[in-house]
Design a protein around this ligand. Structure first.
Ligand SMILES: Nc1nc2c(c(=O)[nH]1)N[C@H]1C(S)=C(S)[C@@H](COP(=O)(O)O)O[C@H]1N2
Ligand SMILES: [Mo]
Length: 406
């Protein structure tokens, strides 16, 4: 049963049946061994993603959405970006999955099974915006190394799980605790078992928020394997690298967590602005916390052709890290004038908000529709690329689409 469940998780089921044959001795397959016939798999099928998703890297797997694919209010799996730093673990069975809580600042170190987590603590659901810190990196000049994300490394799914704070409090948090570090089951690209692909975390104040959860479901089902099955941290509004997938250990630290990709320039930006291309000393780099205000036009698809007779429906989402979005405006004259869109309130804190408007164009021709969100602290998205930084993080420039009116 568990095996069949695993097959379902990775989507191997469909692939096996596409082989049209039984793997006769499949029970003998060594753990982590992928049959030759399945190595050249179609990633869209493997991860149950839409064919229009863009593959940025295959080793590790990284995939993003196009703006118009993100039109749903709640992002379904097929349009959710995948960002991996290492290799996806093979998880044959979640029934023996364990989560260990340890660290210098835990009062009593404990280990929970998944079932214990599910039964011992209150279950909660939130829609949470997860945006990769590097979303928008492709526009930086001089260019920044790394996945060349355009606009599609963002999602807002409904996550169900238990509050991290309930679990931490069950173990007891010592007074000197400052940070939570995560450890996960994914495999370093080098296959060196002593190395972790990523081991980040968050300050205690973020860990103790109501909406910071240890999730076991996404959109009402088991989390898809690529997104952290069977257990993942979800901390909306912060760079999604904080939301560790395949979590099997959490450490309550009395120092800022020092795991893989916590130091150097990883997920850090210069503490004060620098000139494009400037070298920045390590001690002058600060960890990214709340993400900046941003918006995305998800309808129509860029390049759409419309007739003059009708008003053009435009819609999308806006989000602002820990803050809420106060206003979304649009411009059809390259930002010289702006008009307000209708903006919905978030269903819960840290969920993206939906905007919509109807636009009348003065005459036939080519236009760009730009959207600009303003957060609850009155900060607006910049029209052009904001502060350059060595790793190309935090590009929250206005999104724009091309429209032809005929
Ligand atoms: N264990 C583990 N957790 C991880 C990662 C990873 O590589 N390994 N990538 C992080 C990064 S950088 C991002 S942007 C998000 C992506 O989440 P998603 O693939 O579910 O969209 O997962 C985060 N959690
Ligand atoms: Mo990321």
């Amino acid at each position: 049963m568990e095996r069949r469940k695993f097959v379902k998780q990775v989507g191997l089921g469909g692939l096996l049946s596409s082989l049209g044959l039984d793997i006769v001795y499949s029970a003998n397959l060594p753990k982590g061994y992928i049959p030759l016939a399945l190595q050249d798999t179609d990633p869209f099928e493997l991860f149950a993603k839409d064919q229009e998703m863009t593959i940025l890297n295959r080793k590790p797997w990284n995939m993003e959405a196009k703006a118009h694919l993100l039109d749903d209010k709640i992002t379904p799996n097929k349009y959710m970006f995948i960002r991996n730093n290492g290799l996806i673990p093979q998880i044959a069975s979640a029934s023996d999955w364990q989560l260990k809580i340890d660290g210098e600042s835990v009062k009593t170190s404990k280990t929970y099974t998944l079932k214990e987590l599910k039964t011992k603590f209150q279950t909660v659901s939130y829609q949470l915006t997860l945006e990769c810190g590097g979303n928008g990196r492709s526009e930086f000049d001089p260019p920044a190394k790394g996945n060349q994300w355009t606009v599609g490394a963002v999602s807002c799914a409904e996550w169900t799980g238990v509050r991290l704070k309930d679990v931490l409090n069950d173990c007891g948090i010592k007074d000197d605790a400052v940070y939570i570090g995560y450890h996960a089951a994914d495999i370093h690209l080098s296959h060196d078992p002593t190395k972790e692909p990523i081991s980040r975390g968050m300050p205690l104040r973020k860990a103790l928020q109501e909406e910071t959860i240890l999730a076991f479901q996404m959109n009402g089902e088991d989390i898809p394997l690529a997104h952290g099955y069977p257990l993942r941290l979800v901390a909306g509004g912060w760079p999604a690298s904080v939301s560790g997938k395949w979590i099997n250990r959490l450490s309550i630290r009395n120092i800022e967590h020092d795991g893989a990709k916590m130091k150097g320039s990883s997920y850090r930006v210069p503490c004060s602005p620098v000139a494009p291309g400037e070298k920045v000393k390590e001690e002058d780099m600060c960890i990214i916390e709340s993400m900046p205000v941003k918006s995305l036009i998800t309808y129509p698809k860029t390049g759409a052709i419309f007739s003059m007779e009708k008003k053009l429906d435009v819609r999308g989402h806006a989000w602002a890290g820990e803050l809420s979005v106060r206003m979304v405006e649009y411009s059809i004259d390259f930002g010289s004038t702006w008009k307000p869109c209708k903006l919905e309130k978030a269903v819960n804190r840290l969920a993206w908000q939906h905007f919509q408007t109807q636009i009348e164009f003065p005459k036939k021709g080519y236009y760009e529709v730009w959207a600009r969100a303003t957060d609850s602290n009155d900060k607006k998205q910049p029209m052009l690329l904001p502060g350059w930084n060595p790793k190309g993080y935090l590009n929250n420039a206005c999104h724009r689409i091309a429209v032809k009116v005929s």
